[in-house]
Unconditional design. Structure first.
Ligand code: DHB
Ligand code: FE
Length: 310
């Protein structure tokens, strides 16, 4: 079968009816988006001669994706989240608001509500024998290099099994294990005492991994630490850094790696005095440069569904 019916009046009328384009007083933006996305899908079916079986396989897949609660995982794995970052990067460049620490994807595994501590937080609440101690620290500054006092830095990362608290399939971690928030003092510095993470892998039997496997792709990320940083009068930064040396750094299934987000890992001693679980520890300095508001607004703050804990 090789028919092309997209440009017929009947199909165009069907699209307009499905999006209810004619109705007044309904959500114009939503109608425009539904009309466009549905039209792009119809056109793709026509162009590629998709069979009904292929279309129903896709519909069934969407159902399974929802049952598995993995739509946001798939968004990262198919590069949709990266694409949104690329668009924000281009917009920043256009208005000349670049030069800060590069953004990279948030991912779906943040949990809101970590207690905000002054300057330093020890966030490894649960024992993890396989993980070595890690000190993460840095300075939050503006584009001139001036330290930002009262900035909030949040971080979250996986344990030595690559699992995040709240999303851990073994149920083994307590609330807010390996998740923390601190407020900088006058010198703009922050610090987290934690354990070395291991790279994350998609749930092996979930809908995301199922599709990736069919595409002959893996669903793994290099070891990384997520960061949010915000300060009065500055835009909220969403970023991550990778753990230098991880073999997947340039093969991240979620495309989050950036050259500027691979800080050196140094071997240090004196961990006992810092309250770390061993005297020898890994140290990562990750400075954060925040950018100014655009016309008085934070145009990079993103609203999305995020997990919370009572
Ligand atoms: C996914 C997992 C992560 O840990 C992350 O940082 C980004 C994406 C995911 O499963 O899609
Ligand atoms: Fe992650």
């Amino acid at each position: 079968m090789s028919v092309k019916i997209f440009n017929t009046a009947e199909v165009q009328d069907l699209l307009k009816a499905a999006a209810n384009l004619k109705a007044n007083g309904s959500n114009e933006r939503l109608k425009t988006i539904v009309h466009r996305l549905l039209g792009d899908l119809f056109l793709a079916i026509d162009d590629l001669d998709m069979t009904p079986d292929e279309v129903w396989a896709g519909v069934n897949y969407v159902n399974q994706l929802g049952k598995d609660g993995e739509a946001a995982l798939l968004a990262a794995g198919l590069g949709l989240e990266k694409f949104l970052d690329m668009r924000m990067d281009a917009e920043d460049k256009q208005v000349g608001n670049d030069g800060g620490t590069p953004r990279t994807i948030e991912g779906p595994l943040y949990v809101a509500g970590a207690e905000v501590r002054d300057h330093t937080s020890k966030i490894d609440l649960d024992e993890d024998d396989a993980a070595r101690p890690l000190r993460i620290h840095g300075i939050v500054k503006d584009l001139n290099g001036s330290p930002l006092a009262g900035a909030i830095v949040e971080c979250w990362h996986a344990n030595s099994n690559g699992f995040y608290s709240h999303f851990d399939p073994t149920g083994a971690q307590s609330n807010f294990n390996l998740r923390g928030a601190v407020k900088t003092g006058a010198d703009g510095t922050y610090e987290f005492h934690t354990l070395m993470p291991v790279g994350y892998g998609c749930p092996p039997h979930g809908a995301t991994q199922t599709l990736l496997t069919k595409l002959k792709r893996h669903g793994n990320r290099p070891a990384h630490v997520h960061v949010f940083a915000s300060a009065e009068g500055k835009r909220k930064l969403t970023t991550q850094f990778n753990i230098e040396g991880d073999p997947l750094i340039w093969d991240d299934f979620a495309y989050a790696t950036r050259e500027e987000l691979i800080p050196p890992v140094t071997e240090k001693s004196g961990g006992a005095a810092l309250g770390l679980k061993a005297d020898s520890y890994k140290d990562i300095q990750f400075d954060l440069t925040l950018t100014p508001l655009v016309s008085g607004k934070d145009n990079q703050v993103v609203h999305r569904l995020r997990a919370t804990v009572e």
